[in-house]
Design a protein around this ligand. Sequence first.
Ligand code: NAP
Length: 323
Amino acid sequence: MKAIQVSQHGDIDVLQLVEKELPTPGPEELVINLYAAGVNPVDTYIRAGVNNYTANFPYTPGKDGAGIVAAVGEAVSWFKPGDRVFCTNTGMGCYADTTICSQDHAYPLPDNLSFAQGACLGIPYGTAWLAIHQRAGAITGETILIHGASGGVGLAAIELGNAHGLTVIGTASTEPGTQAAYQQGADQVFNHYDQSHWQAIKEYTDNQGVDIILEMLANVNLGQDLPLLSKKGRVIIIGSRGEVSINPRDLMARNADIRGLALANASLDERQAMYNNIVELAKDGKINPVVHHSFSLEQAGQAHQQVLEKGAAGNIVLITRPE
Ligand code: NAP
């Protein structure tokens, strides 16, 4: 099999394409012929060894993938060879043409989604789902600000917010990102590099403020998020790349909360409940992941550069084998 392998932390040149033997799957595992792998910012943190991430070397990056089941262990009851699936949080890594994963980490891929779209469901949609439903406890009719709505998690959150009956405000920094946010169903999109966007959002809500903020860059925005909250508002910290100062009185004045989120903390039961819901929403046509750029397996380094660049307008994927 072909796979990207990393043997030490470093820049993109540590992403090496290798040929290796497929390990023997265990009784509860699936062998999946992967057609696409999702590229998420966390893949770059693990590769570089930053933001408290490390790795057991050598390893194959990539937590998200989609493909067709090629073989199943004798104790697998949920899948059979030939099934279309997406997988997430696989131990073996998805930057490869084949992976092995426990049946607990695979889910049926609806026919209306491509493999590339399926590779965007795991981390982006899982994170957005947990943020809205579990951490924010969003109530239908509330207003949500997705601060960073043009990336993988943000675009997923727009769809999931709409599916839950929220009024969805987003931010982006470029025209393609803004258009992607509108196409996914945002009610209004502002530019997060324009310092007047805070005031503009407040006015958009008739000075009531927003009930929920999903924050993709808390180290830049958290201090100004808090005065934008309504009474009992919640900010969910999804992304942060440094420290920030806040005025605690902004929380006191509103009985407001700052809540952290790490998808990695979700239990197996929580994961199965949310991904089963995501599959149902996809079957109903309420989820349509945006693939912004596709790269080949050999171009994994370029994909790592792209996913950290400004001007997001959807997800980055690797096409891991031809269909
Ligand atoms: P992405 O696809 O690279 O998108 C990044 C988003 O952040 C884009 O919408 C980008 O907008 C926006 N952004 C950039 N500067 C901003 C600013 N000053 N204010 C507000 N937004 C800004 O990444 P992603 O996959 O959506 O992930 C977003 C963040 O969440 C990353 O930091 C990632 O590491 C983190 N994350 C955390 C978890 C978790 O479990 N907590 C899970 C997944 C992701 P423009 O490019 O248009 O400027």
